[in-house]
Design a protein around this ligand. Sequence first.
Ligand code: SF4
Length: 420
Amino acid sequence: MSKSVRRLQNSARNLSKMMGMYYTYNKIQAKKGKFTVWIAIVVPIELLKGFDLVIAVPENHSAMCAAKKLGSTLAEEAESRGFSMDLCSYARIDLGSYFGKGKNSPIGGLPKPDLLISNNNNCSLISKWFDVYHRKYDIPHYIIDVPFCYDTQEKIDLQYIVKQFQDLIDLIKKLSGQEFNLEKVEEAIKYSNEAIEYWKDFLNSAAHHPSGISAFDSFVHMAPYLSSHRGSPLMVKHFKTLAEETKELMKEGRYPVPNEKYRLLWDNIAPWHQLRAMSSRLAEYDANIIYATYTSCMGTIEGEIDQYPLDPGKPLESLARIQNSSVCPYGLELRFNAMKKMIEKFDIDGIIFTNNFSCKPYSVMQYDLMRKIKNSFPRVACIMIDVDHADVRKYNEEKVFLKLEALLERIDSLRSLDKT
Ligand code: SF4
C-alpha cells in the first residue's frame, strides 16, 4: 500500500507566491485606476500583453474558491438570487462572490472591470454569465466567436478569428486610451513557448514506471498559466522549477505512488474540492491518476498531446491557431485521437470518464468516446463517475469510490486474462 506524500515543495512555494502576487497586484493596480478586463479562460492573454492591463479570470477565481472549500457557500449566494443549481458551478461561485460583494471569496472578490471578454468555443454559458456583469456594471462585453473543430482548423476560420482579434485590439485602444504594442505580444509568445516546453517535460514524467507525477500535481500547477503570468518570464521560471524538481525527486526514487500498480487517466475538469482526498485514497490502493486530458491540452492543437509551438513572427495567426486548444470545442474524432496517444504513450491501465454535472460541453460525448476507446483498447478498463468539479454538494465520495474500486478490480481481471 502506498501512502501519498508531500512532494514538489519548491514548486508549491513558488506557486503560492505567484498566485498571491497576482491577486494582490491586480487589486492594487485596479484601485489605482489601471484599465481592468475580465476574461474567459481561453482568451489569449498573450494578445492582451500588447497593452498595460489588469487581467482577471473569473473561472480561475472560482476554481480557487472551490479548492479552498468555499464553492458551495458562494454558489448558494447566487442560487438565493434565482440562479439555477443546474448552471455551471464556476458561474454560480463567481456570481455568488459578485452578489456577496466579495464576502467568502479568499481574495475578497475580483477588482471591478472596465471590459469583459468572453468566447463561445468552450461553452455558450460563459457569454451569458459575463452578460450578467455587462448589465450590472454597464460595461462593454466583447464575445470572440470561435468555430467548433471537427477536424483540422480551416484557414477561413483562422482568418475569421484573427479579424476579431484586430477588432478587439481597436476596442481596447478606444476604451483604455492606450497604444497597442505588437512587440510585447511577440515577446509574450516567446515566453509562452518556453513555458509550455517545460510544462510538457513535466507532464511527460508520467511515462516513467512508476509515474513521476500525479495528475493532481498538474491540476494545481496549471493555475498561473491561466492568469496574467502567462507570457511572462515568471511563468517560464515556474514551469522550469516544476520540471526540474520532478526530475530531481525521480532521481532520488521519490514518486507520488511508489508501489504503483494502476496507471489511470482522468477525463474532465479537476475535482477541485477532492484533490487531496481523492489522490490519497487512491494511493492506498497503489493507484495513481497519472495524466489528464484537462491539463494535457494546454499549448496543443486538435487531436494532439505534444506542444504546438507558436510563431512569434505571426503573433495573431498563432494565437488564433490555438484558440481551440481546450478539450470542449473538439469533436469526437479529435478527442479520440488525443486519448489514443495518451493511452499508448503513458501505458494507461484504466480511464476515469467523469460525467461533470457542471460542464456539459466536456461531458456531452463521453459515453460515445468511452465506447470507441473500449472497442479500440479492449485491455483498458473504463468507468464513468458522477462529479461536479466545483460544487461538493453534487458529489458522493462513497458512491464514486465504489466505482473506482470496480475499475481497479476490472484492471486486475483483465490482467489475469492476459496470463491465461
Ligand atoms: S460549463 Fe464548462 S466550459 Fe463552460 S464555464 Fe463551466 S466549466 Fe467552463
